[in-house]
Design a protein around this ligand. Structure first.
Ligand SMILES: [Zn+2]
Length: 118
């Protein structure tokens, strides 16, 4: 992999990572307002508890997904540092550049990814 290309990908990954960190921080701040909203819901007898629990679950899933993505980006940054960036962790072959363009944190080539999804 060309050094300029790696630097470019690292820049891209840092931008995404920053964005995600902000969003997670926002959400953490958002928990207060969620709690407040829940409190207001509780004071309204027409809202049932199941609905409240569902709303909470959805919030949690989003955060969980974002944490996973942060993890993937951090390991991609590590792979840039140790020189294994752009190599598929499944078949050890190169990951398609077009794929890295769209998903810079990808650690599997398209074929291995599809196999995983089967
Ligand atoms: Zn592969």
């Amino acid at each position: 992999m060309k050094k300029e290309y790696l630097l470019q990908q690292r820049e891209k990954l840092s931008v995404i990572l920053n964005e995600l960190n902000h969003r997670v921080a926002d959400q953490k701040g958002g928990e207060v307002s969620t709690a407040k909203a829940a409190y207001e819901h509780f004071n309204r007898p027409e809202m049932d508890h199941a609905q409240l629990i569902n709303e909470k679950d959805t919030d949690f899933q989003i955060t969980e997904m974002e944490f996973k993505k942060i993890d993937q980006i951090n390991s991609a940054l590590n792979r840039i540092t140790n020189g294994s960036y752009g190599l598929c962790e499944g078949c050890k072959g190169p990951i398609e550049l077009k794929r890295l363009q769209i998903i810079p944190e990808a650690n599997l080539c398209i074929e291995c990814q599809l196999e995983l999804m089967d």
